[in-house]
Write a protein that binds this ligand. Structure first.
Ligand SMILES: Cc1cc2nc3c(=O)[nH]c(=O)nc-3n(C[C@H](O)[C@H](O)[C@H](O)COP(=O)(O)OP(=O)(O)OC[C@H]3O[C@@H](n4cnc5c(N)ncnc54)[C@H](O)[C@@H]3O)c2cc1C
Length: 402
């Protein structure tokens, strides 16, 4: 009996006909070639933390969990070659053995590296790019079953079009079997979390962004309080600290201090907006949540920043970015709340997080990404027969009915 696949939050369930967990790029090639020859499809999956049906397939679900580990690391060039199924938690410790570290991480480290960057996973910090922006090369098995190196692995610049497409592709160009990442020397971080009234945060937002390596805040709609999270290298502390209660303080290696443990399961919508010191979109969201949703919303709203990058369909492409995320416990209704707030994000030029709830489709998305058409050309070159497609992706990327 085939097993049902369930994503992290439980909002997505499907039953693939078969599952595969290849141990080599060669085995990935064989899987893709077989699917193509039989006129079938397949989808890669990381740790299943996305909550859009990116990995859904009625046919073969391909997990990269057996392709895990650091293949090579070079301190001189601050680069490493890593396998796609490596969990971010393990990766931090493995890179640490080479005195290397990722420039930033998201809020948790449960994801696999290829899964995380394939949707543009990000942390916070106006000078820190998302995970896709750290990709300088790699290898993928395209929809024809061919092994295709890209970026520095192909002897091309990291800015080559295929590399900028593969760094965030939703698994639509093929299956990534190796990644070359640009890293930093390993570093320590000092975390301080404060509780303070949201009005103080809004008043000091620009200074907090400027003075901290990484700063973000959670707003709690019911109390109107905010949790401000500051991350800095020891000795490079900000002069401005929130005059509120210090809830948490810890110092340690970056890969241990950035991620948090999450025990509550939630649904989330997150949009990436042009950076705005005045927080106009957040102020609008706050008013709307207070007037319409406060009784229903069990959890919080998260505001972060990301540095601009040049990855083709990265949601921070070409612009310094601020992000606003709505979080709702998965035991509470979320659809009405998300649907009501989403137009505010869209009016402010927001691009949806590819791995979180949203309702946008190809025609609107194409207007948000200057290189949308170029990405589609590359995708069709890499996968002319649509072996990597599913129904959701056809609609998302504009191939409905083909
Ligand atoms: C608790 C929680 C916390 C989160 N925190 C953050 C956060 O702080 N910041 C943020 O930006 N996001 C965050 N997310 C979203 C999450 O990081 C993304 O959805 C991410 O893509 C999930 O990674 P994954 O390994 O689970 O990949 P999956 O969700 O399994 O897959 C994501 C995509 O990657 C593709 N893929 C997987 N492996 C490969 C491969 N080898 N080759 C090609 N394509 C592949 C899949 O087909 C799919 O399209 C969070 C999600 C949860 C549930």
């Amino acid at each position: 009996m085939p097993d049902t696949f369930r994503n992290w939050s439980g909002s997505i369930k499907f039953t693939p006909k078969s599952r595969a967990a290849p141990r080599s790029s060669r085995q990935v090639q064989q899987l893709v070639a077989k699917a193509r020859a039989e006129g079938k499809t397949l989808r890669p999956v990381g740790s299943g933390h996305s909550s859009t049906p990116l990995f859904n397939t009625p046919e073969t679900l391909v997990s990269l969990e057996r392709l895990s580990g650091v293949k090579a690391a070079d301190y001189e060039s601050r680069t490493a070659r890593v396998l796609p199924g490596t969990g971010l938690r393990d990766l931090g410790a493995m890179l640490g053995e080479h005195d290397l570290a990722m420039m930033n991480l998201g809020d948790v480290d449960y994801q696999a590296i290829a899964g995380a960057l394939s949707t543009g996973t990000h942390g916070s910090g106006i000078s820190l790019g998302n995970l896709s922006s750290m990709v300088i090369g790699g290898v993928l098995v395209n929809g024809l079953g061919e092994e295709i190196p890209f970026g520095v692995d192909a002897g091309e610049g990291e800015d080559h079009d295929l590399s900028r497409a593969a760094a965030l592709s939703l698994g639509t160009l093929g299956i990534i079997t190796s990644l070359t990442l640009r890293l930093e020397s390993s570093y320590m971080l000092h975390r301080q979390n404060f509780m303070i009234h949201i009005d103080w945060v809004l008043e000091h937002f620009a200074e907090l962004v400027e003075q901290n390596r990484s700063f973000d805040f959670y707003w709690y709609p019911r109390s109107d309080m905010a949790q401000v999270r500051l991350l800095n290298e020891p000795g490079e502390e900000p002069t401005l600290l929130p005059p509120g209660e210090l809830k948490k303080e810890v110092t340690g290696p970056s890969y241990e201090v950035i991620p948090n443990d999450r025990h509550l399961v939630f649904e989330e919508m997150e949009y990436m907006l042009p950076f705005d010191e005045q927080l106009a979109a957040f102020r609008e969201v706050r008013e709307r949540v207070k007037s319409e949703h406060r009784a229903l919303v069990g959890w919080r709203v998260l505001v972060r920043t990301i540095a601009a990058d040049n990855v083709m369909i990265s949601n921070a492409q070409g612009r310094d970015t601020m992000t606003i995320a709505l979080l709702q416990n998965n035991t509470l209704p979320f659809k009405e709340y998300f649907d009501d707030i989403e137009p505010i994000f869209q009016r402010h030029g927001g691009r949806p997080h590819w791995g979180k709830k949203h309702t946008m489709k190809a025609p609107e998305l194409a207007r948000l990404y200057p290189e949308w058409e170029r990405f589609q050309q590359i995708r069709k070159q890499m996968d002319p027969d649509g072996v990597m497609m599913n129904d959701y992706l056809k609609e998302l990327l504009g191939e409905e009915g083909e």
